[in-house]
Design a protein around this ligand. Structure first.
Ligand code: ATP
Length: 319
């Protein structure tokens, strides 16, 4: 449904987006992750039609958005990271104002606004002043506003930031409900565990480029493979080390007492063969498992923010 290719955007000499590629399938709940300054907000603002890219293409349902900026705005609902100030405007007036911006007026506007306020759980707040709402309610109102023209794609920039844990959870459930009803959603966040639990797909951006993307299942498989194997050796450590050093999938070995932490690039089948090899070499193994990892550990590795550990052995392929 959305295909971004080679998107570039510079602020002066600084390249915020440096050839970004991104594909979002229809019906996806796409988590857009990256460290501070990676280019998430720039990408989202370009999608929302608030910034022009320097080059690259954005296609929605096969149509080149660069040639039809108005069409792009019609297909995208945008939830910004900050709400803005709306003095003396009641919730109902706020919604109807935005409805009128999309040419929805009168009875039609009242019906649509009422239905959306109900959907986000604000039906009882229609006559409250916007500025008097809690941060969580304002965020839900923002979501209702973004849905007013029934966009094909909902784009949210860090929508949960500043919300307390309970409100965060409620907001997450609301987003999931919308996705289950068929809305395609892009959501950026720093809270990786939250994204891992809710998204169908994920894209990790760093320095203006996509560094890893795929379905949640594929990414979690990568997470597993990027975690070290933890091997506890009961006896014959020297032989265990020799077997490991000669194995083509072993990248690193760290040791603490009789427990080895092994950087291992193989899959589950390679793991099973390694265990068999150790046993055949008369190594007594009383623990063998992949360390339980999460999206955070993979994110840290990919964006190179992880402190380097002291290694016992490092195999650099090609040397
Ligand atoms: P964060 O998670 O911190 O919000 P981000 O991934 O959303 O970061 P962007 O806000 O897109 O990143 O910024 C990308 C880079 O472009 C950053 O280095 C930022 O300082 C720079 N940048 C963003 N907006 C401007 C601007 N208007 N003028 C100059 N530089 C900018």
């Amino acid at each position: 449904m959305l295909k971004i290719e080679k998107l570039k955007k510079a602020y002066g000499k600084y390249h915020a987006l440096d050839g970004l590629d991104m594909t979002i399938e229809k019906g996806a709940l796409y988590g857009f992750v990256g460290p501070n300054g990676a280019g998430k907000t720039t990408t989202i603002k370009i999608l929302a039609g608030l910034l022009n890219p320097d080059s690259g293409t954005i296609r929605i349902d096969g149509v080149d958005a660069g040639r039809d900026r108005r069409g792009l705005k019609g297909k995208i609902g945008y939830v910004p990271d900050s709400f803005g100030v709306y003095d003396n405007l009641k919730v109902r007036e706020y919604m109807e104002f935005f409805a009128s911006c999309y040419g929805i007026e009168g009875l039609m506007a009242r019906k649509r606004c009422g239905a959306l306020l109900e959907q986000v759980g604000l039906e009882n707040r229609a006559d409250f002043y916007v500025d008097g709402l809690s941060r969580g309610m304002q965020q839900r109102l923002c979501l209702a506003r973004a849905l007013i023209h029934d966009p094909a794609l909902l784009v949210m920039d860090e929508p949960s930031s500043g919300l307390d844990p309970k409100t965060r959870l409620e907001f997450k459930e609301l987003v999931q409900e919308l996705n289950e009803e068929g809305k395609t959603i892009l959501i950026s966040s720093h809270v990786l565990s939250e994204l891992a639990a809710m998204c169908t797909d994920i894209g990790i951006i760093d320095q203006g480029r996509m560094v890893l993307c795929g379905s949640m299942k594929e990414i979690m498989e990568r997470v597993d493979q990027s975690n070290p194997l933890l091997i506890t050796v009961y006896s014959n450590m020297e032989t265990a080390m020799a077997v490991l050093r000669s194995h083509s999938c072993v990248r690193t070995i760290s040791i603490k007492e009789n427990c080895l932490s092994v950087g291992f690039t193989g899959d589950a089948h390679d793991e099973a063969l390694l265990l068999q090899q150790l046993v055949d070499a008369d190594v007594l193994v009383n623990g063998f498992s992949r360390m339980q990892g999460n999206l955070e550990s993979l994110f840290m590795q990919i964006t190179d923010r992880e402190d380097k550990e002291v290694l016992l052995y490092e195999n650099k392929p090609g040397l």
